[in-house]
Design a protein around this ligand. Structure first.
Ligand code: NAD
Length: 299
């Protein structure tokens, strides 16, 4: 059993922290939104009332925050993790952020004599709830070995991706695939509708053909074929379009910095930008189907 401070109890963090409790760990949670730590307490965890309290709660500190600036402030601020964590604590940031910030914060942690890992996840809220996330981990191998047990309580696949920042590099490459493939699936269903091909029929065929991909078979953007997908709940997120846009922008930023050509990634970023600009950023990212399909057009 480990003692763990968990900061950021949102869509992902709340079920991840709950799974740590279920696995027998002593988890003290904190979130700036009132009531989220209390919700963890009702599941058997502890509710920290301040960030320093959560940061000092144990031998491991895990963060699951929206974006890079949040990670900087939670780790580097006066009330933050580096200022308050126990000597020798292992720090694990599971947020999806830019590679540069991940490396910057890891260096600051190393200067303060903490081991730190960037460990972003794939698998969405469903994976967080069912403890089946994939973790892509950057940092020292020794720190990775120390983290394995707690990560295994929240995920099924745990991969060491290399030194600090490489977990984030893997994550933004993966999400560039996801953003582009979700749009491709949406376009295919929209075209099928205009050609008089039923969505379920296209699903049944493509799920067993070369068009098969996660966006189709696990997260189908069209209501009907996949019971668990947000399309069947009016696109309540899940993983918001605003978060997908954030990840695509991170990929574009990294592509620019490394002179990598990513034309499909660039188009996907612009389409998600237009979708979010229509006020749809809070919808699940698969809701871009509505934007691509528009209303039914008679031809
Ligand atoms: P979320 O917005 O639901 O949760 C983030 C939480 O962090 C919120 O509860 C917020 O109040 C809290 N927070 C923000 N600043 C804080 C601070 N200073 N101190 C304490 N708490 C603070 O976001 P999410 O969907 O849980 O995503 C979290 C991260 O995981 C993001 O980086 C996202 O890109 C990544 N991610 C999300 C999904 C998904 O499907 N939702 C999938 C994979 C990765």
């Amino acid at each position: 059993m480990a003692t763990i401070g968990f900061i950021g109890l949102g869509n992902m963090g709340a079920p991840m922290a709950a799974n740590l409790v279920k696995a027998g760990h002593l988890v003290s949670g904190f979130d700036i939104v009132a009531g989220r730590a209390e919700a963890l307490r009702t599941k058997g965890g502890r509710a920290a009332t301040t960030m320093p309290e959560a940061a000092a709660a144990g031998e491991i500190v895990i963060t699951m925050l929206p974006a890079g600036p949040d990670v900087r402030s939670v780790y580097l601020g006066d009330a933050g993790v580096l200022a308050h964590a126990h000597k020798g604590a292992l720090l694990i940031d599971c947020s999806t952020i830019d590679v540069e910030t991940a490396r910057w914060v890891a260096t600051a942690a190393a200067d303060a004599r903490f081991d730190m890992l960037d460990a972003p996840v794939s698998g969405g809220v469903i994976g967080a709830k069912t403890a089946s996330l994939t973790f892509m981990v950057g940092g020292d191998v020794e720190a990775f070995d120390r983290a394995r047990l707690v990560l295994a309580a929240m995920g099924q696949t745990i991969v060491h991706a290399g030194p600090a920042g490489n977990g984030q590099a893997a994550k933004i490459c993966n999400n560039m695939i996801l953003g582009a493939s979700m749009i491709a699936v949406c376009e295919a269903f929209s075209l099928a509708e205009r050609l008089g091909l039923a969505a379920q029929t296209l699903f049944d065929i493509s799920a067993k053909s070369s068009g098969q991909c996660w966006a189709l078979t696990s997260y189908c953007p069209v209501p009907g074929p996949v019971a668990a997908s947000p399309a069947n709940r009016d696109y309540v997120a899940g993983f918001t379009a605003a978060m997908m846009l954030k990840d695509l922008r991170l990929a574009q930023q990294a592509a620019g910095a490394s002179a990598a050509a990513t034309p499909l990634g660039s188009v996907a970023t612009n389409l998600y930008q237009l979708f979010v600009d229509e006020g749809m950023g809070g919808l699940d990212f698969s809701g871009i189907y509505r934007f691509i399909r528009k209303r039914e057009v008679k031809i």
